[in-house]
Design a protein. Structure first.
Length: 160
């Protein structure tokens, strides 16, 4: 029997985030244009995730502790795990992630996995940029990617 997927929302300066999950972990965090007004947000994991996102956007949190349970292929999960190792306010390239997952030369495949990341911000795909330093695609839009990177740099600078 499949556990019921719980849903909650967190509202930011750059849009609404929809958080879905079960007690087994967070399944997705995505920017959405509209919200489900009937969302329950009863699961402790979803509530914890929203609290941690609030702390992140408030400049009080630089890492996440909430349990994650994204669906994906083994390769995608390997890439997403590597993304979680990118330090707060730092960026890396697709090629560097390919090396980190022991698949040098697979930057394009890494890009595909990054593009299918279902858990925005917590699995920080916004920290992956082009090898030339350019901001490359982001499911939430490049303006949001730029905002998130600038937010992290501001938080780090404020901490001295």
């Amino acid at each position: 029997m499949m556990e019921q997927l719980d849903k909650g929302y967190f509202f930011t300066d750059i849009g609404a985030l929809e958080v879905t999950g079960t007690e087994q972990g967070i399944v997705s965090v995505t920017f959405v244009e509209s919200v489900d007004t009937g969302a329950a947000c009863e699961t402790s994991v979803v509530q914890q995730c929203i609290t941690e996102l609030s702390q992140y956007f408030g400049g009080k949190r630089t890492t996440f502790a909430v349990l994650l349970n994204p669906g994906g292929t083994e390769f995608q999960k390997l890439v997403w795990h590597a993304l979680r190792e990118i330090p707060f306010a730092r960026t890396t390239s697709y090629g560097d992630v390919a090396v980190a997952v022991n698949r040098p030369g697979s930057a394009h495949a890494v890009g595909g996995a990054v593009g299918h990341n279902p858990i925005a911000i917590i699995i920080p795909c916004h920290r992956v940029i082009g090898s030339d330093g350019s901001l490359t695609g982001y499911a939430g839009g490049l303006n949001r990617k730029r905002w998130l990177l600038e937010h992290e740099r501001r938080v780090l600078a404020a901490r001295g």
